[in-house]
Design a protein around this ligand. Sequence first.
Ligand code: ZN
Length: 188
Amino acid sequence: MANGMASYGLPCECGAEITVTAGQAGGRVTCPRCARGVAVPKLRDLATLVRSVPAAEPPGGTWRPAHAVTLLGAIVCATSLAAAAWLGRGPSAAVDERALRAAVMAADDMAVYRGWSGELARATVRRPPADQELAVLRQARFFGSLGRGLSVAAAAGFLAALAGGGMLMLGPRRPAAVEAGAPVGRQP
Ligand SMILES: [Zn+2]
């Protein structure tokens, strides 16, 4: 009621109570139930009407941002994780570097040397990657970095949710009334 514009319950013939403000004094309002035009009393008569209690503000309206942060963080976290999981089934690299390296490591030095100096140097393995392979590789790299980005987003969302939750836990808690009693557990 700090905003000066008090509201009043104006009874309509249909039994409904129309909420009017002091600013509407002397004018007419339309009943939301029966659509009848109802004259609003002058300001001094308005005061005789039942002053309707303004809708109570939700307790702790000040920590709504924390609510939003928590919700948003949770949503970002959840969607990022879901997207990352979905991306996890994306295309794998056309050239599996690890498998290639493992094959080279498994072969003895002579075999590798022979391979490099011999057929392998001119073999199809040395050919430049085909366009399709390059595309898949690029796609795999893209999805890989996207996945990393999503992980970061998920972590950020999680932290935001955590921070918001922390604010919710700490913020609205009013100083508890300290019970002026004797300390417990000190009985002789
Ligand atoms: Zn009415």
